[in-house]
Design a protein around this ligand. Structure first.
Ligand SMILES: CC(C)(COP(=O)(O)OP(=O)(O)OC[C@H]1O[C@@H](n2cnc3c(N)ncnc32)[C@H](O)[C@@H]1OP(=O)(O)O)[C@@H](O)C(=O)NCCC(=O)NCCS
Length: 161
């Protein structure tokens, strides 16, 4: 399978009143849903397969998205294993009047490509060239490793109950 470059994809949203809490800022769960969909689009755009979310890294919300703000998400495949991908997504809010832009969060999603039977299926390796791509690849490797360790512990704990 031929190795591929990953292109960043961006998308835009608006924080509508029904996406926000009584303080006028967007629900964290709503932001997560937007990021998850974006991660799925970027992953399937890369490998041309059905993809599912296997797990997510913990997400820290640095700045709120206020009602009426635009929300831009910029997502890229940063790591590819045999059947899995890690997607990095940066999210920024933008005030529509002042144009002031703030970094809301950086999130990592672990996605897995599936075949027609719903089993994990191989995907093309990722070309990693620039300094930024190498840094992101190493970070994503660590994130994936930690996700698998956590999964093992949780599964073991469930068996022990
Ligand atoms: C994710 C899923 C496909 C993994 O199935 P599995 O049989 O455990 O898969 P395997 O152990 O063969 O691993 C397949 C790949 O997934 C990766 N993987 C599995 N669980 C993972 C997790 N929790 N986090 C990160 N990666 C994971 C493995 O490392 C492996 O990657 P690699 O091939 O690149 O080395 C399966 O658990 C599933 O379908 N889950 C539900 C997904 C879903 O519905 N998501 C939406 C939310 S409801």
């Amino acid at each position: 399978m031929q190795a591929q470059k990953a292109l960043p994809l961006s998308s835009w949203h608006i924080a509508f009143p029904n996406d926000t809490n009584p303080h006028g800022t967007m629900f964290g769960g709503k932001v997560m849903a937007i990021l998850d969909i974006q991660a799925g689009i970027v992953a399937s755009h890369y490998c041309h397969k059905i993809v599912v979310t296997a797990s997510t890294e913990a997400v820290d919300f640095r700045n709120p998205v206020k009602v009426g703000d635009r929300l831009e998400t910029i997502a890229r495949v940063v790591y590819v294993g045999k059947t899995s991908l890690v997607i990095k997504i940066d999210a920024y809010s933008e005030n529509p009047l002042s144009g002031k832009r703030r970094h809301c969060t950086t999130a990592f999603f672990n996605m897995v490509a599936l075949d027609e039977d719903g089993s994990p299926t191989p995907i093309p390796p990722l070309i990693v060239e620039t300094g930024e791509e190498k840094r992101d690849f190493e970070l994503a490797q660590l994130i994936k490793h930690n996700a698998l360790e956590r999964k093992k512990k949780v599964q073991q704990a469930a068996k022990d109950e």
